[in-house]
Each structure stands twice: as structure tokens, then as C-alpha cells.
Design a protein around this ligand. Structure first.
Ligand code: PBG
Length: 329
């Protein structure tokens, strides 16, 4: 580039709104938003998650209403997470395979009421285990292959209940290929897999664990299966494996501290790439805004746009409805 000041003045095209809009490189639309919802037992329940102001756990009837609203706003997909009561948890997380458990009840109720919104269901055992780990535990070790054996069944049960996208969030090795195989054999060739491909052992999941009731009970950490935040090349290997095993799309998680990984993955593979703006990121932005230290609408829109600029095709975000209304205005 030989262009120099004063012939070149980069402030010139920034001088008015119409011109800024004209040269804008990145945009975000409602099509980019996936809305995570927490589901709880009961009827007419809306139980606030204290560490996530503005977010509540919804009983199935309320979740159906929320899905209707999301569909009306144009949000393409919602992700469901069950807040499972402690008496339904067990050492091996058998409740995961119960066809009538909370998540499956919610999936089928929403599918019946709002057939045209996408339904994403997490596959992992942490909502159902008494120790809060995503897999089966033996002598303090998280068993890989034995866990995969359960996860494939969980995926089929959720597909049967109406899940359109199965999202394994457990980080066991080999689970994407095994789930693809099991879904296909059970007649669910049309059900997609969005792999939590590069999921880091992060401190930013705290409020989520409060929301689903696995925070207080988590024994130890998840570092033997979730990735080390220091690693970048390893994320590419994780993503490559999941694509080769049949993932339709991949996800990077958390979001904002890992924008470099999103960029790397998108450039290396060019597959549909999603970012999860996780609970702790939401909590930070909302808490600072409630203190009057940040402007919530501005930082919400800026943070979500940053994911698009980094290369994400879409974002799972607790701000989805708020962002959709902002885009609507
Ligand atoms: C469960 C799961 C977690 C999240 C999504 N699925 C928590 C964890 O791995 O401990 C975190 C989402 C968030 O923080 O918003 N496997």
C-alpha cells in the first residue's frame, strides 16, 4: 500500500452514518442467533437464575411460549438445557436415557407447538450425574469409551423426542462418529450434529452450572476432557477429528476470549462455525451494565458483531431475544 496522508484520509468515509453503513464489512442478523433456554419442572414456573440477571428457568409450558416468541422474532433455533432435580440424579446419570425426562418432554412439546423452529439438544451426562461430571466416573477417572456408549443412546432418545441438532458438549474422544453411526442406524439420518469441537476447561461456565444445578455438586474440574485454554493448534486437531467423524457444524466455546480460535477454525476448514457466548460472558456484561459501568445494548451488539467479524456463522447467546428486538427496531 503506497497511499499516504494527506491524499488518503481514513476519517473521510467515517464522517456520516450513511457512509459508515456503506463501507461496513460485517453485519449481524437474527438468522445468526441461537437462543439457549433452561427448562425446569412444574407448570407456570419462571425461576430467575441469580447469576444471570434477565434469564430464568422455564417450565415446559413457559418454554413453549418462549419458543413461539422466538419464532415470531425470526430466531432460527433454540438450545434446551434441563435443570434436573437432585433426586433424579445418579452416579451413572441414567435419567439421561429416560424418554420422558425433562429435556425430552420439552423437545416434544415445543416440536408440536412450534414445528418450524430448530431444536438443539446438548448431549453430555452432567445434568444427570450426582458428581456433575459429563461422563461416567471410576476411581476418579472419567471413562471415555464407556461414556460414549451412553451418549449415543442419549442422542437417539433426544432425536426421537424431536431434536433437530444433537450437540455433544462432553468432549469425549470419538463421540461424534459414534453418535453419527447410532443416529443413522436408528433412522435419524436427517438429524444434524453440531459438535462442541473446541470446548475449553473454562471459568466462564459458573453461572450456567448454577442454572442447571450442577455447580455446587461438581467434584473437581473437567480438565481431563475439556481443552487447556493455552492451546490453539490442539483446537484445530479437535475440530478436524469432529468434521471427519461427521459433524455438520462445529462450535468454539467460550466465545469472546477465544475469537482467535474461531478465526483459525473458519480459515482452516470453512465449515459452518458457531461460537457460544457463555453464561459467564453474559453475566459480566449484564452485571457491569447494571452497575452503570457499561451500556448493555451497546456492549451486547458489539460483542455479537465481533463473533461475526472473527468468522462465526452464528452465535449461541443468552442475549438472542434482546438482540433480535434491537435488530427489529
Ligand atoms: C454441559 C455444558 C456446559 C455448558 C454447556 N453445556 C457446562 C460445562 O461444561 O460445565 C456451558 C454453557 C454456559 O456457560 O453458558 N456439558
Amino acid at each position: 500500500m503506497t497511499k499516504k496522508f494527506p491524499a488518503t484520509r481514513l476519517r473521510r468515509p467515517r464522517s456520516s452514518d450513511w457512509s459508515r453503513r456503506m463501507i461496513r464489512e460485517t453485519s449481524i442478523s437474527v438468522d445468526d442467533l441461537i437462543w439457549p433456554l433452561f427448562i425446569c419442572d412444574g407448570i407456570g414456573q419462571e425461576i430467575p437464575v441469580h447469576s444471570m440477571p434477565g434469564v430464568s428457568r422455564l417450565s415446559v409450558d413457559k418454554a413453549v411460549e418462549a419458543a413461539k416468541q422466538a419464532h415470531k422474532m425470526g430466531i432460527p433455533c433454540i438450545a434446551l438445557f434441563p435443570s434436573t432435580q437432585s433426586e433424579r440424579r445418579s452416579e451413572r446419570g441414567d435419567e439421561a436415557l429416560n424418554r420422558d425426562n425433562l429435556i425430552n418432554t420439552a423437545l416434544s412439546a415445543i416440536k408440536a407447538a412450534v414445528p418450524d423452529i430448530g431444536l438443539l439438544a446438548d448431549v453430555a451426562l452432567d445434568p444427570y450425574t450426582i458428581h456433575g461430571q459429563d461422563g461416567l466416573v471410576e476411581n476418579g477417572n472419567i471413562l471415555n469409551d464407556e461414556t460414549v456408549g451412553v451418549l449415543v443412546q442419549q442422542a437417539v432418545v433426544q432425536a426421537a423426542a424431536g431434536a433437530d441438532i444433537i450437540a455433544p458438549s462432553d468432549m469425549m474422544d470419538g463421540r461424534v462418529g459414534a453418535i453419527r453411526h447410532e443416529l443413522d442406524s436408528a433412522g435419524y439420518q436427517h438429524v444434524q450434529i453440531m459438535a462442541y469441537a473446541a470446548k475449553y476447561a473454562s471459568g466462564f461456565y459458573g453461572p450456567f452450572r448454577d442454572a442447571v444445578g450442577s455447580g455446587g455438586i461438581l467434584a473437581g474440574d473437567k480438565k481431563t476432557y475439556q481443552m487447556d485454554p493455552a492451546n490453539r493448534l490442539e483446537a484445530l486437531r479437535e475440530v478436524e477429528l469432529d468434521i471427519n467423524e461427521g459433524a455438520d457444524s462445529v462450535m468454539i466455546k467460550p466465545g469472546m476470549p477465544y475469537l482467535d480460535i474461531i478465526r483459525d477454525v473458519k480459515e482452516a476448514f470453512g465449515v459452518p462455525t458457531f461460537a457460544y457466548q457463555v453464561s459467564g460472558e453474559y453475566a459480566m456484561l449484564v452485571a457491569a451494565s447494571q452497575n452503570g459501568w457499561l451500556d448493555q445494548e451497546t456492549v451486547m451488539a458489539e460483542s455479537l458483531l465481533a463473533f461475526k467479524r472473527a468468522g462465526a456463522d452464528g452465535i449461541l447467546t443468552y442475549f438472542a431475544m434482546e438482540m433480535a428486538s434491537l435488530l427489529d427496531r
